[in-house]
Write a protein that binds this ligand. Structure first.
Ligand code: ZN
Length: 216
């Protein structure tokens, strides 16, 4: 079996690199892996007009509201013991986590189509585009309301259908011994050779030069 190593052409751009939309959606999916929600793990990734990530988030309890003390259930008869009243959705967290002054004109990548509450925050923050993977709640009134608001506010949305169905992060994938990002080091210079070019201070010392400088 041929490996990626022995088929690569080091003089050409590498093939098989991640394209931007898949990279950003994969970043959202990676963030989702932080979620403690047993039923639904959603991640979001906000990207500015220069393809720079300016925020990520996943669904979780607010800061200080500890996962051990707040419920992850969704079926309790007591609504106070269900998660819905407490959880911050991925989109909200990504916007609040932004590391830029604002997220105006940014795009938001998210695993699941935003609910109506997140749509409000998306619109008010100036995000102009939503890219999602699943629209499985399209029949729910919260999604219908969400689309009504996004449409009115001219926030565009489209579904990403990735070319790669699986993106695996394998910490052992990269063979660091074969990585060669830096130019080759100059050949080692022997100290004894260097010393030949030096004379004792106070005499006509020739400056140490690794290469002769021609100064015309
Ligand atoms: Zn939401």
């Amino acid at each position: 079996m041929e490996t990626a190593t022995n088929t690569r052409d080091i003089n050409k751009k590498r093939e098989g690199y991640l394209e931007w939309p898949e990279y950003f959606m994969a970043t959202a999916f990676l963030a989702a892996k932080r979620s403690k929600d047993p039923c639904s793990q959603v991640g979001a990734c906000i990207v500015n007009e220069h393809n720079v990530i300016v925020g990520t988030g996943y669904n979780g309890m607010p800061k200080g509201c500890h996962d051990e003390e707040f419920p992850w259930s969704k079926e309790s008869k007591n609504e106070l013991e269900n998660k819905y009243l407490y959880v911050c959705h991925a989109e909200l967290n990504a916007i609040l986590n932004k590391n830029s002054a604002n997220v105006r004109n940014c795009s938001l990548y998210v695993g699941l189509f935003p609910c109506n509450e997140c749509a409000k925050v998306i619109i008010q923050s100036g995000i102009k585009e939503v890219i999602y993977m699943s629209d499985k709640h399209s029949k729910k009134i919260s999604t219908i309301a969400s689309k009504r608001m996004l449409d009115a506010a001219r926030v565009t949305y489209w579904q990403l259908i990735p070319k790669n169905r699986r993106i695996v992060i394998d910490f052992d994938e990269i063979n660091w011994n074969e990585q060669n990002q830096l130019p080759a080091s100059p050949a080692p210079v022997q100290v004894s050779k260097m010393m030949e070019n030096l004379t004792i201070a106070g005499t006509t010392a020739k400056p140490l030069q690794f290469d002769e400088i021609v100064d015309n």
